[in-house]
Design a protein around this ligand. Structure first.
Ligand code: PXG
Length: 290
């Protein structure tokens, strides 16, 4: 595997970052996880927009233009002969000294990994996921905006640990008010009386690229979508529930806290959106081997 670091490619064993990089010392940085389907990078522009916004929000100047980032991502795929897989694009605060101030870090570090991806087992797409409500709440926007896709994922990692320890596949995270925010690495949707609902980003949901894509696909399919606060009650009583994310794509939910939702099988709207999403990913994106 060849890894891109600051304009050069390194074999995996030589791809190393300084112990003084604030990305490592403090989780100071931002990242994107991007899929590659059929020789194309899916929604690259949207991911680069979100990366730029994350960087801007944490006062980090991206050291590369949009064009340079695009070219670097494409070239990393080429060097690894990737046709289907996953790109991890990371920008850290860079090498500095001990101490929180980012102003001693001279230059952000950019690295890109293009690899294969470990997906959820096929069974969860047929049968649905098991969600567990976790005690770890989503970061308050008063602390750090949940819209910053930062390198600081401990909040979500602790939530994932709770979910796994409780025998679930994913953890459902609430905000401080008790409304649903999202899962640890996926956004949440429910279907109620023919209307799709997903929590607004103000509830603590990341502005997911897959979330937006699914909202667009629902629009095309004539299914009304609203961003609205809801609680566990609404999931227990939902007609359908599914998650969206770059890694998971569209994945049905069968249980929340061991209570079966919507008959315990993927509903027709979920199934239709899964089909449309697959179709879209198969033929869209930035070509790598043009
Ligand atoms: N919420 C959170 C907290 C996320 O981290 C999503 C929602 C879904 O957003 P997208 O833009 O992907 O639809 C994410 C995304 C990984 C991995 O390696 C995690 C994500 C994406 C890709 C890979 O665990 N999280």
């Amino acid at each position: 595997m060849k890894i891109y670091i600051d304009g050069k490619f390194y074999p995996e064993k030589d791809a190393k970052i300084s112990v003084f990089d604030h990305g490592l010392l403090y989780g100071d940085g931002a990242f994107e996880g991007i899929r590659v389907y059929n020789g194309r990078i899916f929604k690259l522009a949207e991911h680069l927009d979100r990366l730029r916004a994350s960087a801007q929000a944490i006062v980090l100047n991206l050291p590369m233009s949009r064009e340079a980032l695009t070219e670097a991502a494409v070239e990393t795929c080429r060097r690894n002969k990737l046709r289907d897989g996953y790109i991890r694009l990371v920008v850290t605060r860079g090498v500095g000294y001990l101490g929180l101030s980012p102003y001693k870090c001279k230059k952000p570090t950019v690295f890109i990994i293009a690899a294969t991806i470990e997906l959820y087992p096929e069974k969860v797409y047929r049968k649905g996921m098991k969600l567990v409500t976790v005690g770890t709440t989503r970061t308050s926007p008063a602390a750090l905006s949940p819209n910053v896709k930062s390198l600081n994922y401990l909040n979500n990692i602790m939530a994932k640990v709770e979910a796994l320890h409780a025998g679930g596949d994913e953890g459902l995270m609430l905000n401080a008010q008790g409304y649903i925010a999202e899962c640890t690495g996926d956004n949440v949707f429910i279907l109620k009386r023919g209307v799709l609902l997903t929590p607004p980003t103000s509830a603590g949901a990341l502005c997911g690229i897959t979330r937006q894509t699914v909202m667009d696909l629902a629009g095309e399919a004539g299914i009304p979508v609203r961003e609205e606060n809801f609680t566990r009650y609404d999931i227990f009583t939902a007609d359908e529930c599914f998650l969206t994310g770059t890694a998971a794509e569209v994945v049905p939910v069968r249980e929340l806290d061991r209570r079966v939702i919507s008959g315990g099988r993927p509903g027709p709207v979920t199934t239709e959106l899964m089909r449309r999403y697959k179709e879209l990913t198969a033929r869209n994106g930035t070509p790598i081997y043009a």
